[in-house]
Design a protein around this ligand. Structure first.
Ligand code: ADP
Length: 665
């Protein structure tokens, strides 16, 4: 076995490969773009080499830079992961030519399976069943139209070089064909530099069932059962499971054998996946072969008790497969979901931003989390917006589904819009529980999977209010710690004095609605006036980042996070992001035309920073109020003039009274 492995990838898959490589005693080399300097995959490896700027084209797709990095660090082997250059025959050849081991199939196998039509031409004679269609060389539009009519509509136009669901068009009727053909070709040229297409019968209500295959250099070829990856959006997988639910043992054996036949027909080596479509009668048809490790390989690892990266490394090093077909046993059921930074309510549009909160359930033997990011990292626009893969297992499918639900409920993310709540809705859906999965699942159930958040419940609003109060108290305590004056009012903020009554209104905005909550702190208890329940909310217990709220004897646990004026409450249904409406600061934006600056709560004027008639810049402090043991400074809402001051230092003021008359410039 080789001692030094370069991982030509990033993110979760680079971290995952490094884990196994370390376990096998290898030295690992990461590569990174300038945008990934501090990324988790860089920290996960023993060494790391910068291979270029953020753009993938100049870094992770830069063959020259990768080979140079491998040579510089004395790597003996290169693992390409998935995506990027993992199915690039030229890269595989460059690695081999540089005298290193390529952890993958021979370049010729990558090449022959790289074209969907080429793969069909090779595998059809080997007896692998194909979707009815046309995958020949003739690309004349009229000829293709006549073929489409022969096949019968609906027809699917696919780029032969396609991947990731791009360059694909469903055509319902002959009159739409030519236009769709042009679009598919244009997209294919843009994405893959090759406009060649093939035609397939479009199977409605089909399932995507794929088989994991493995081959070694002694000629042994095995399969590790099938995975169902039918739940897709934009022809891309989001939920994968193994084994495929509801498959008869005959079908499972037959599809496994078909995949082994395919791999044998091309003298395969290493890990590969044969993808099939399956109709309602469990007839299956080959669609393509991926000559690399799949994103969803963990579900197979869990039902077979294997480490597929270890298998890849062993096979690449010339060792035989660790298990023969008869020794590969299937046990239990595993499901993976892909957590993406994307907005399901806007066509799953990718999102970017800072992962202010990122908390996963504990790895406990039943839940596995593969990720390449940590709390505080950015989801950048440069790469795939996948945040993590959540994988669960159970003795049977029902148990795995139940664990998936709770694992998703226990996942907390704030700062970036994600598909977490959407996946949770899928996991809770009765059709999913029944195993009624097919590629149209998301469309069919879109009404139920609609993840528009309902108005926040009282618990959610109460949690947001408590987060604000907590934050204010923490700030006050910090200030207290900084002052030497033992008599400073800040020093009494530890523990609120018994029987002290404090009143305040906290105003929070969500979805263009304002939630104004009156809070009273009486005898160590908070009492709140919430949108729907009687004013009687109590905090039972709290710990950092998590709150317990009790209303009328029912207790709720939620995660909270405050980032500036934004308060995120991570409830089961989704993350609510409230904006704190602080009249002091809100006035800056909302009342910029000038006018009144009012007291946000009853309190005492502790400092007047300006004189009447003063010209001030936007944001300049005007007056400081002490209330709820906190200081609130009112700032100038815009450049302008202080017309008059209504109160002086030491004055008590009522909530809502005008403190400063201000005129914008
Ligand atoms: P890509 O390489 O772009 O991922 P695939 O050929 O693997 O493209 O197909 C992706 C998905 O598109 C499949 O998993 C399936 O959901 C859908 N699909 C592909 N071919 C067909 C077909 N002939 N009929 C119905 N759905 C299809």
């Amino acid at each position: 076995m080789f001692r030094t492995l370069l991982i030509a990838n990033r993110g979760e898959i680079a971290c995952r490969i490094a884990r196994t490589a370390h376990r096998l005693g290898m030295r690992t080399i990461a590569v990174y773009s300038e945008a990934d300097r501090d990324a988790l995959h860089v920290q996960s490896c023993d060494e790391a080499v910068c291979i270029g700027p953020a753009s993938a084209r100049e870094s992770y797709l830069n063959i020259k830079a990768l080979i140079a990095a491998a040579k510089r660090t004395g790597a003996e082997a290169v693992h390409p992961g998935y995506g990027f250059l993992s199915e690039n025959a030229a890269f595989a050849q460059a690695v081999i030519d540089a005298g290193m081991v390529w952890v993958g199939p021979p370049p010729a196998a990558i090449e022959s399976m790289g074209s969907k039509s080429g793969a069909k031409a090779i595998l059809e004679p080997a007896g692998v069943p194909m979707v009815p269609g046309y995958h020949g060389d003739n690309q004349d539009p009229d000829f293709l139209l006549s073929k489409a009519e022969e096949i019968g509509f609906p027809v699917l136009i696919k780029a032969v070089a396609g991947g990731g669901g791009r360059g694909m068009r469903i055509v319902e009727k002959a009159s739409d064909f030519t236009k769709s053909l042009e679009t598919a070709q244009r997209e294919a040229i843009g994405a893959f530099g090759d406009g060649t297409v093939l035609l397939e019968k479009y199977l409605t209500k089909a399932r995507h069932v794929e088989v994991q295959v493995f081959a070694d250099s002694t000629g042994q070829v095995v399969h590790l059962f099938e995975r169902d990856c039918s739940i897709q959006r934009r022809h891309q997988k989001v939920v994968e499971e193994a084994p495929a639910p509801g498959l008869s043992s005959e079908t499972s054996a037959a599809i496994g054998q078909a995949a082994v036949n395919a791999a044998s027909a091309i003298d395969y080596l290493g890990a590969g996946t044969c993808e099939f479509l399956m109709d309602a009668d469990q007839n299956f048809y080959f669609i393509e072969m991926n000559t690399r490790l799949q994103v969803e390989h963990p579900v197979t690892e869990w039902i077979t008790g294997t480490d597929l990266v270890e298998w890849q490394l062993r096979v690449a090093a010339g060792e035989p497969l660790p298990l023969s077909q008869n020794d590969i046993r299937l046990q239990g059921h595993a499901i993976e979901v892909r957590l993406y930074a994307e907005d399901p309510s806007r066509g799953f549009l990718p999102q970017t931003g800072k992962l202010e909160v990122l908390k996963f359930p504990e790895h406990d033997g039943f839940v596995r989390v593969d990720t390449g990011v940590v709390e505080g990292d950015e989801v950048s626009p440069h790469y795939d917006p996948m945040i993590a893969k959540l994988i669960v297992r159970g003795e049977n499918r029902a148990q795995a589904v139940a664990r998936l639900r709770s694992a998703l409920a226990d996942t907390q993310i704030a700062g970036v819009t994600t598909n977490r709540a959407f996946l949770h809705a899928v996991a809770r859906h009765p059709a999913f529980a029944d195993g009624d999965v097919h590629t149209g699942f998301i469309d069919q159930h879109s009404a139920d999977l609609n993840v528009t958040l309902p108005n926040p419940s009282d618990e959610v609003v109460a949690a947001a209010v408590l987060a604000v109060l907590d934050q204010r108290r923490a700030t006050a305590e910090q200030q207290a710690a900084r002052t030497d004056d033992p008599y400073s009012p800040w020093n009494s903020t530890h523990g609120w004095r018994l029987n002290e009554r404090v009143h305040e209104t906290v105003q929070l905005d969500w979805n263009e609605q304002r939630y104004a909550v009156q809070v009273a702190y009486i005898g160590r208890e908070y009492h709140m006036t919430l949108p729907t329940s009687p004013a009687n909310t109590r905090v039972v217990h709290r710990e950092p980042g998590r709150l317990a709220v009790e209303i009328a004897g029912r207790r709720f646990n939620v995660g909270v996070h405050v980032e500036g004026q934004d308060i995120s409450v991570m409830a089961r249904r989704g993350t609510y992001r409230f904006a704190l409406h602080d009249p002091g600061t809100a006035a800056m934006g909302q009342d910029a035309s000038g006018g009144k600056l009012t007291a946000p709560m009853p309190g005492k004027v502790t400092k007047v920073h300006v004189k009447a008639g003063a010209a001030v810049k936007k944001g300049a402090p005007l007056l400081t109020l002490e209330a709820m043991k906190m200081e609130h400074t009112l700032n100038a809402p815009a450049d302008g003039t202080v017309v008059s001051l209504r109160f002086g230092e030491g004055d008590q003021v009522e909530e809502g009274v005008e403190l400063v008359a201000f005129e914008s410039a």
